[in-house]
Write a new protein. Structure first.
Length: 181
């Protein structure tokens, strides 16, 4: 198996062999987030392929692992030959995610999509008119004129929309509106 193992090779060697996957083996996926080497690799200019081989029996939030740089998730309970084949696949550009982690990712995306869809229901009818106009690229002045309100009122509506949607910019709200309508 042609992979760097953090517990066996120094970090510097893993950095110089970025074309090879860096294999992290733990009993619990959360343990991998506590390795200082992983945090340092996440800061590297060229990120190596991080492969987590762990036990994925109980639900584990995958988002922090992905943020830390992990791209591949292999179940430690698979036989050695299968694990070796999957690690080899990662070095050839393939992405390996065990079925349980795939299910967690899909569940998380579905929850996220439902939450985003419900956000439109949180807007008042007037805010829906404002965001529709906002999505056309209109300024607060144009929105106000189009909807028969003061410019400051349009500005307040935009501010309320951003707060309700938990967004920070008009562009983000526009993109969300266009995706959801």
């Amino acid at each position: 198996m042609n992979s760097s193992v953090l517990s066996m090779r120094p970090l510097e060697e893993a950095r110089t062999r970025v074309q090879q996957p860096v294999l992290v083996v733990t009993q619990s996926p959360e343990q991998s987030l506590h390795f200082e080497d992983i945090q340092e690799l996440g800061q590297a200019a060229v990120m190596p392929e991080l492969v987590l081989v762990s036990c994925f029996r109980n639900y584990t939030p995958i988002h922090p692992l992905i943020q830390a740089g992990f791209r591949h998730f292999i179940d430690i309970n698979e036989d050695t030959q299968t694990i070796a084949e999957k690690v080899s696949l990662t070095s050839k550009g393939g992405v390996v995610i065990c079925p349980r982690v795939q299910q967690w990712l899909v569940d998380g995306l579905q929850t996220f999509a439902r939450r985003k869809a419900k956000q439109m229901d949180m807007l008042t009818s007037r805010e829906k008119q404002v965001i529709s106009s906002l999505a056309k690229g209109h300024s607060n002045r144009t929105i106000a004129r189009e909807l028969g309100m003061a410019e400051t009122t349009a500005k307040v509506h935009v501010k309320h929309i951003l707060k309700k949607l938990d967004m920070t910019s008009r562009l983000e709200a526009t993109a969300w509106f266009l995706r959801n309508n």
